[in-house]
Write a protein that binds this ligand. Structure first.
Ligand code: ADP
Ligand code: S3P
Ligand code: MG
Length: 168
């Protein structure tokens, strides 16, 4: 079964996924990276050339490829936009919701040219998008981890939780 990191842009899914993979000695895949490698285009290029819905299709395909593997998967924040992905993720027991407060999120992603859904958006617009998504992260999450401070503490917390539950 896959350990799947979900949550909004900038929450820290990619960073935590890499660190957790080393700690647990499990392979790691970042779905955005898999898409970029498959298409040989950057995320902004895919959005610009083919549009958001094409990106969502590619995202669905890579999710399906990896979801039943014994590995750690970092998703993109918009994975929950596709109801078919929600259905797939609902069946996965180890979805870890990585969350941060909206001010932290904004500071981490503002000006990052690699996130088309955050580009040229005001704080209010980002906040609106965040608020529109949280109920869906919550719906499919097994645990939620706040990644506000030291990232290694977030990784430790996830690791502890998985190991504790594994014993029971
Ligand atoms: N705990 C943390 N403290 C400070 N910066 C962090 C922390 N976690 C992640 N970051 C930084 O925030 C940015 C977004 O992290 P990333 O892992 O790409 O998030 P996501 O994949 O959820 O969009 C990166 O620049 C990363 O280095
Ligand atoms: O929230 C979104 O709509 C997106 C999040 C991004 O991933 P991160 O959550 O890793 O930034 C990436 O998939 C794409 O830019 C779209
Ligand atoms: Mg990421």
């Amino acid at each position: 079964m896959a350990i799947v990191l979900i949550g909004f842009m900038g929450a820290g899914k990619t960073t935590i996924g890499e660190l957790l993979s080393r700690k647990m000695d499990l392979p790691f895949i970042d779905l955005d990276k898999a898409i970029v490698e498959k298409e040989n285009l950057s995320i902004p290029e895919i959005f610009e050339k083919y549009g958001a819905s094409y990106f969502r299709k590619l995202e669905h395909d890579v999710l399906k490829t990896y979801i039943n593997k014994n590995m750690i998967i970092a998703t993109g924040g918009g994975i929950i936009e596709n109801p078919n992905n929600l259905e797939i993720l609902q069946k996965n027991n180890l979805n870890i919701w990585v969350d941060t407060n909206i001010d932290t999120v904004y500071n981490r992603i503002v000006g990052d040219t690699n996130r088309p859904n955050a580009q040229n958006k005001s704080f209010e617009e980002i906040k609106e998008l965040y608020n529109s998504r949280i109920s869906r992260y919550n719906e499919i999450a097994y645990i939620k981890v706040y990644n506000e401070h030291d990232v290694t503490l977030s990784v430790q917390e996830i690791h502890n939780q998985i190991m504790t539950d594994d014993e029971n």
